[in-house]
Design a protein around this ligand. Structure first.
Ligand SMILES: *Cc1c(COP(=O)(O)O)cnc(C)c1O
Length: 470
């Protein structure tokens, strides 16, 4: 054994203790550090010929790279839809690495039993019935890709071909219809050989909505003249968190032949709040469903779940059995369900967080974040220099400058907020306007944090009198 490795082996408990101490310092100070550090580039160094041992590596990391890491796990990082990592989720994540299971299912381990239990919990949390089965994947993009891969196989079945055997070309041009699809949908269509251009956007409802106009969707399906299609419904758009009417879309299935995929990456968590649960009504009727877990469940990157009512198609697309063994039957191993063969036990952090806080604890995070978004929205609406671009429907505040809102000025506003070290927001383009989004999804965020964000934004917008909340 290399001496550095042998030395680390002999001191393994002390090493884990050092890592624990370092992580504890970093995480407990996360609310006080600048949300994004000043931009400085760390230069790459050559590959070490001889290593310095894990303790030495930790020291070099702490010195060279850690200072540039963002506080994306902290309470005022409101860019994208980021979420943090609950204490229990971090515990589960550490143990995932320590145990280093290969959760393929054929691994002579109870790990896949734990994954199945976690999937059952999540299915219940999101209001899905027993007909849905699922698997863990790395993120909503892959979850959407898996759902659309099943849709592609289903289209083949309608036309009497097996796409998994003969290839996507056998389908000819495919019709994918959606109102306000996430950017990961065209990416998935590119990967799947369907093609980005096959995504056709259907008009949304009037009056500043992002939800699809179901009557126009019906028109688009009617125009296909019986040709089977794919509908991507959106349960939580990123700019204004608008929801398609899932029940109304599902009812169209009585008249038209289509696969219904629901992208509920973070909007699926509306189901946890009795006030908002109606937004996800009808989700159970979907053929496939995507929900991200590294966003609003607050588990570390990277984790998402995909559900489907068509496990037979999933096994056809993703099975890894030798052809002479045939398709797996009964409860197929996860290796036959996902793009990965070898896979990390990414269910463990979710299992820990759900075991630790239950439905009630996770509901509290969702409801608190929604209240914070409302609070920030009201605050922004009261600042003369700023303008809300949409009502705060759930956990995202979409706003711009009241005066001239050029790309330059709005992006400069976002940069000024980031440079203040107080908060991080991401730019977007919505309703013909350059804008900023503040997305609340972190378990640590408090009312005080929300007011600090409002103050930072107000100051950066040049308002003479920083507001102090509603
Ligand atoms: C974030 C998001 C995705 C993509 O998720 P990743 O986890 O980044 O792959 C897809 N759809 C929606 C609606 C999202 O918010």
């Amino acid at each position: 054994m290399h001496p550095a490795l042998a030395d680390d082996l002999s001191r393994l408990p002390e090493l884990l203790q050092s890592a624990r101490d370092f992580a504890a310092r970093e995480v407990s100070g996360i609310g006080d550090r600048p949300v994004v550090p000043p931009a400085e580039t760390t230069k790459a160094r050559p590959l070490p010929a001889e290593g310095v041992g894990a303790e030495g590596a930790l020291a070099r990391f702490a010195e060279r790279w850690a200072p540039g890491f963002s506080a994306s796990a902290g309470p005022r990082y409101l860019g994208f839809v980021t979420g943090g990592a609950t204490p229990a989720a971090v515990t589960g994540d550490w143990l995932t690495s320590a145990y280093d299971q290969n959760a393929t299912g054929g691994d002579a381990s109870s790990a896949s039993g734990l994954e199945r239990e976690t999937l059952g919990w999540l299915r219940e949390l999101f209001g899905l019935g027993e007909a849905h089965s699922g698997a863990f994947v790395t993120g909503a993009t892959v979850s959407n890709t898996v759902g659309l891969a099943l849709a592609r196989e289903w289209l083949g079945e309608r036309l009497g071909v097996r796409v998994s055997e003969v290839g996507a070309a056998a389908l000819g041009p495919v019709d994918v219809l959606s109102g306000s699809p996430h950017s990961s949908i065209p990416k998935a269509l590119s990967v799947l050989g369907i093609g980005r251009d096959r995504l056709r956007t259907v008009p949304v409802l009037p009056g500043g909505r992002e939800a699809v106009d179901v009557a126009r969707l019906a028109d688009a399906l009617e125009a296909l003249d019986g040709r089977p299609a794919v509908v991507v419904a959106n349960a939580g758009t990123v700019n204004t968190v608008d929801f398609d009417d899932l029940r109304a879309i599902a009812e169209l299935k009585e008249r038209y032949d289509f696969w219904l995929h629901v992208d509920a990456a973070f909007g699926g968590f509306a189901a946890l709040s009795p006030e908002h649960a109606h937004l996800t009504d009808g989700i159970d009727a979907a053929d496939s469903v995507c929900v991200d877990l590294h966003k609003w469940l607050n588990v570390p990157y990277d984790a998402a779940v995909q559900f489907t009512r068509h496990r037979n198609l999933q096994v056809r697309v993703f099975h890894n059995a030798s052809p002479y063994l045939g398709l797996p039957t009964g409860e197929p191993d996860f290796v036959h369900l996902t793009p990965e063969n070898s896979r990390r036990l990414r269910a463990l952090p979710s299992w820990f967080s759900l075991a630790a806080y239950g439905r009630a604890g996770h509901r509290e995070i969702v409801e608190r974040n929604v209240a914070q978004a409302r609070r920030l929205g009201e605050g922004i609406a009261a600042v003369r220099e700023l303008r809300l671009l949409a009502p705060v429907r759930l956990n995202v505040v979409c706003f711009t400058l009241a005066g001239s809102a050029t790309r330059e000025r709005v992006h400069a506003l976002g940069r000024a907020v980031a440079e203040s070290g107080e908060a991080f927001l991401t730019p977007t383009f919505y309703e013909g306007a350059h804008a900023l989004r503040a997305a609340f999804s972190n378990w640590r965020t408090s009312e005080t944090d929300t007011d600090r964000v409002l103050e930072a934004v107000t100051r950066a917008a040049g308002s003479p009198r920083p507001a102090t909340g509603s």
